[in-house]
Design a protein around this ligand. Structure first.
Ligand code: FAD
Length: 464
């Protein structure tokens, strides 16, 4: 399957320049000063970034690379946290940054046609003028692109209400490794005309083709939003609260923070301490709706009933949009984690909610039995089974990364969980994939990849 590695040569650069022009090429310092990782400084090893500005240019670049056996790594906003955008010495980078227009908003059909390099935030801002929302929402939305979120099947904060990216894409266009343009720009809600080809590319992490354009499904923008940060006495209360919250038609987020996470963030000196850090669990619960008064009454009733049932030890209810944003700052504090822990191995796993507490305890026990120093931070979108765990095992955390991963992924497997909930496999988790999917499923994945990109030229080191 693997193609022989090809060095980057002058004629490669000249050929690419012939397709995209001088403005479409970055070389030398312009490449070396970029990072392929949002949290670490990891410049591309190769020396070329090609920036096509149309689907036609993407197609010609890939056809040219295909003919030379040249490997290509696709870049969106480089916010991915699975190492999928890392590029080796024998790989050139194809960036969608110059292909970022919002082409058309259909306010009646409630969809938007966008080019893959558009950021999530740019799309959200553009459709807001028509009272519409593209509901995929994540902390990195200012940089993460539509192409990147499609390639990773991004989840984010509001999956409990609107699902992952997979559920919010109506159609897309992609270019295969040999330059073939595949148009599946469906705008129809119902379309059972054969295989749903777009779904192949969603979550394929750039291994099956380069996503160039997409038709995104929009929803009416909610006009009301309420949120509360709750402290809970035990995990049984968290589960009980989740069951009650899921019965609210307006539920838009249910984020859980274990005390190790909350204490670290609340004592970071960054003003993220709406409740004292004395409780074992914290939940940020949010509702969004279309009838402010009714939504507020319903949310207050939910909180009142949970309080009367003894589920809530302490609470802050936001009274304004500004206060809701303040509560979200507690949950979205990745820069605090980076600054305080220095180095940590980051996990993005899925565990059934009823097994989550036992998983966290078993993972901590497994780590403690193996490493002398162990510090964890645990939080996540429990409403959709997703837990994030950060693990620090001392100054040599990064050199012992694989040991830490082996330890935690064994516990994930024992608990019937998934290796990745939303960040993808990328380069970081590829060695663990075969242990976490069935041999039959892995075989289908290999066959599909080899049918579309027999030489594995696209994102060669990603997935398997
Ligand atoms: C602060 C922060 C918060 C985050 N929160 C979340 C979260 O809540 N939920 C979540 O799911 N993720 C989250 N992420 C991860 C990240 O934002 C997502 O994975 C996002 O989808 C990556 O988009 P990108 O444009 O940055 O892609 P990149 O990082 O550039 O690429 C990611 C992968 O997709 C491939 N790719 C990129 N563009 C294309 C394309 N057009 N065609 C084919 N392949 C392509 C790349 O080769 C790579 O393998 C977060 C990251 C940060 C830094």
């Amino acid at each position: 399957m693997a193609a022989a590695a090809r060095p980057v040569t002058d004629d490669l650069v000249a050929g690419l320049r012939g397709i995209v022009g001088q403005r479409g090429l970055l070389l030398g310092a312009d490449v070396a000063t970029r990072s392929c990782d949002p949290f670490r400084d990891v410049p591309p090893e190769g020396g070329v970034i090609v920036r096509p500005a149309s689907t036609g240019e993407v197609s010609r670049v890939l056809a040219f690379c295909h003919a030379r056996g040249q490997r290509v790594v696709t870049h969106g906003g480089r916010t991915g946290v699975a190492g999928g955008a890392y590029a080796g010495l024998d790989e050139i980078i194809l960036s969608l940054e110059r292909f970022a227009q919002i082409e058309e908003i259909d306010a009646i059909g409630m969809s938007v046609v966008v080019q893959a390099g558009a950021t999530l935030e740019a799309v959200q801002d553009a459709v807001a003028a028509d009272g519409l929302l593209y509901p995929i929402d994540l902390g990195a939305k200012g940089s993460a692109t539509i192409g990147g979120t499609i390639a990773t099947n991004a989840g984010g904060n509001r999956v409990v209400r609107w699902g992952m990216t997979r559920a919010n894409v109506l159609g897309l266009e992609a270019v295969l490794a040999d330059g073939t343009i595949v148009s599946a720009m469906n705008r129809l809600v119902k379309n059972n005309s054969g295989y749903d080809v777009k779904q192949l590319f969603i979550g394929s992490e750039g291994t099956l083709g380069v996503v160039t354009r997409a038709v995104l499904k929009l929803v009416p923008a909610p006009s009301s939003q309420s949120a509360a940060l709750l402290a809970l006495p035990d995990f049984a209360s968290v589960l009980d609260l989740l069951g009650r919250a899921r019965r609210l038609a307006t539920l838009s987020a249910f984020e859980v923070m274990w005390s190790d996470y909350y204490r670290l963030v609340a004592t970071s000196g960054t003003g993220r301490d709406p409740l004292p850090p004395a409780h074992p669990y914290y939940v940020l619960v949010e509702v969004m709706g279309h009838a402010e008064e009714v939504d507020r009454v319903q949310f207050d009733a939910f909180l009142g009933e949970a309080h009367d049932a003894g589920l809530i030890a302490d609470a802050v209810v936001a009274g304004s949009g500004q206060q809701i944003a303040e509560l979200w700052r507690v949950r979205e504090a990745s820069e605090v984690l980076v600054r305080t822990l220095g180095s940590f191995v980051s996990f993005d796993v899925s565990i059934e909610e009823r097994a989550a507490e036992s998983f966290v305890e078993a993972a901590r026990a497994a780590l403690t039995s193996r490493f002398e120093t162990v510090r964890t931070v645990t939080f996540g979108h429990l409403g959709d089974n997703n837990l994030h765990v950060g693990v620090h095992v001392g100054p040599d955390t990064f050199t012992r990364e694989t040991e830490v991963e082996r330890c935690v992924y064994a516990v994930v497997k024992e608990h019937g969980g998934a290796l990745s909930a939303e960040h993808g496999v990328g380069r970081f988790k590829r060695e663990f994939l075969p242990e976490h999917v069935s041999p039959g499923a892995l075989d289908v994945m290999r066959r599909v990849r080899s049918a579309l990109d027999p030489s594995a030229l696209l994102n060669h080191e990603v997935l398997f």
